[in-house]
Design a protein around this ligand. Structure first.
Ligand code: C2O
Length: 541
């Protein structure tokens, strides 16, 4: 193993997109940001210098941060933000981690432009469990906004309503020819015929779940969220924000130019969605427009569920895995969107459904960030920043899952608080995530920091122990699970990483609305199981 050093300079960078020139926040002037390369078990040191006018943190999404919770990154959870002009050096080890992950800002909505890929190769001399691909390419799906993202966050939250869709969906930062002024701002991947390519596909969008497909080419999934899977061949995939998929593509078609399409998946009931598709090109070398015209593929309808079901039904870990069979901590957590009564006297603050304020909760608790780092408050035993009373059972579930009438009164209140759930070190944890909704149900990509988990079960409707059948043999090992709209997912993991770990919906607006909880994993006995002291150079609030 070795140590990889990176310098990340957070700065304002002038870009022209969609006929509009503006300054966006970037790392090192790049959009998307630089790729962080490492090998399994390498040490990684990233010096982040904040030359932007905003508070910022960086999160290493999917990196387990074994005994290094201080460097996990979510603002006000594991650290105070890095203030303008300041520096913080993140240090962590890629313990048992290989595959494709991502890094992104974890402060305000800045991850809309501040994101990039993490590529973790296997240890030196350890091959992939597949025929080596001819080439590897990173495909980052994103969203582009003409509005400043801190302003956007402020405007959306102070309106009480839902965010507008992004001004463009992007592939590696490029909107493609379906958008104004973007014909030359199109991602093109040049390929040779008769080869196999590995695509590292990452959804880095703020709020949009996205379908991805390449015309006339299948995708063979070989890895998800940085863990190998049994090869699974499909024609289309859907990724929620925060999800990554490695897929092989074989160039077995005629010399041609094929569209690479990205379009929205919107699962909320009674929401119709204009289908804007972002296009890139998958272009064979030797192609000229005389060969034959561009071949494009229709994406599924915006509310299609079959693509997800096909992948989830077929996704398996490669080989036998170590799924906890006995359970010490069994949590049942409802997740969903609700509407709070609007107490503001300004009508412009009451743009939620039925004149209320949009909110979201877990077990009917709408999470609020504390004013200082929760980890620091926990470690230093500072009172008054959080409580340890996250309810074991949902409080006041007004409507359980699918029967939600859409004319419900707008005074459905959830409890607002910084409530955490404390878990013993080494505990074998099962969490049943149940999507509910008083106003709508929706697929939520739930992401857990500090651990990956086995997705042992997955289904539509209400979870019932009788009806659920669990895969304890070879379930996929993920860090983000799309809980189906009005359905449930069951995850298991061993809480073997002391610290405070955020678990939240990776749709940014849902997280801002409170669709989060913090799991506190206590120290174990002995050095190897105890969170080290805080770094002395950590940012202060
Ligand atoms: Cu990728 Cu807490 O997020």
């Amino acid at each position: 193993t070795s140590t990889k050093f990176y310098d990340f300079k957070v700065q304002m960078t002038r870009v022209t997109k969609l006929c509009n020139t503006k300054d966006i926040v970037t790392v090192n002037g790049m959009y998307p940001g630089p790729v962080l390369y490492a090998r399994e078990d390498d040490r990684v040191t990233v010096k982040v210098t904040n030359d932007s006018p905003y508070n910022i943190t960086i999160h290493w999404h999917g990196v387990r941060q074994k005994l290094s919770c201080w460097y996990d990154g979510p603002s006000y959870i594991t650290q105070c933000p890095i203030q303008p002009g300041n520096t913080f050096t993140y240090k962590f080890t890629m313990v048992e981690q290989k595959g494709t992950l991502l890094w992104h800002a974890h402060s305000s909505w800045l991850r809309g432009t501040v994101y990039g890929a993490i590529v973790a190769y296997p240890k030196t001399g350890v091959p992939y469990p597949l025929k080596p691909p001819y080439e590897e390419h990173i495909i980052l799906l994103g969203e582009y906004w003409l509005k400043d993202l801190v302003q956007l966050e402020h405007d959306v939250l102070s309106s009480g309503g839902s965010p507008p869709p992004a001004d463009a969906f992007t592939i590696n930062g490029h909107p493609g020819p379906n958008y104004n002024c973007s014909t030359n701002d199109t991602y093109t991947l040049e390929v040779l015929p008769g080869k196999t390519y590995l695509l590292r596909i990452i959804n880095a969008a703020l709020n949009m779940e996205q379908f991805f497909a390449i015309a006339k080419h299948n995708l063979t999934i070989v890895e998800a969220d940085g863990a190998y899977t049994k090869p699974l061949t499909v024609s289309q995939i859907m990724l929620g924000p925060g999800q990554t998929i490695n897929a092989l593509v074989t160039t077995d078609q005629q010399i041609g130019k094929y569209s690479m399409s990205v379009g929205p998946y919107m699962s909320a009931r009674n929401v119709t969605f204009q289908k804007i598709v972002s296009i890139g090109y998958f272009q064979y070398s030797g192609y000229t427009s005389n060969n034959f015209p561009l071949s494009s593929t229709p994406l599924p309808s915006f509310n299609d569920t079959l693509v997800i079901k096909t992948v989830m039904d077929g996704l398996r870990s490669l080989g036998a895995v170590n799924v906890p069979r006995e359970i010490d901590t069994n949590l049942f957590i409802t997740i969903g969107i609700n509407v709070q009564k609007c107490t503001s006297k300004y009508p412009s603050h009451c743009k939620g459904i039925n004149g209320g304020v949009m909110a979201a909760s877990m077990n009917n608790v709408s999470f609020r960030e504390p004013n200082i780092s929760l980890l620091e408050a926990y470690y230093m035993k500072i009172n008054g920043q959080f409580t340890e009373d996250f309810p074991d059972f949902p409080l006041q579930v007004y409507d359980f899952v699918n029967q939600a009438p859409n004319d419900i009164p707008n005074d459905t209140q959830s409890i607002i608080g910084t409530r955490t759930k404390v878990i013993e070190y080494g505990s074998r944890v099962q969490i049943i995530l149940q999507d509910t909704g008083t106003v709508t149900t929706e697929n939520h990509p739930i992401h857990l920091h500090g651990h990956s988990f086995y997705v042992v079960g997955y289904g539509a409707g209400d979870y019932t122990p009788q009806a659920a059948s669990f895969n304890l043999v070879d379930p996929p090992y993920l860090n983000t699970i799309g809980v189906p709209a009005g359905g449930w997912a069951a995850i298991r993991f061993v809480a073997d990483n002391p610290g405070v770990w955020y678990m939240h919906c990776h749709m940014e607006v849902h997280m801002s609305w409170g669709l989060s909880v913090v799991l506190i994993v206590k120290n174990g006995q002995g050095q190897q199981e105890t969170l080290p002291r805080p770094p002395t150079d950590r940012p202060r609030c």
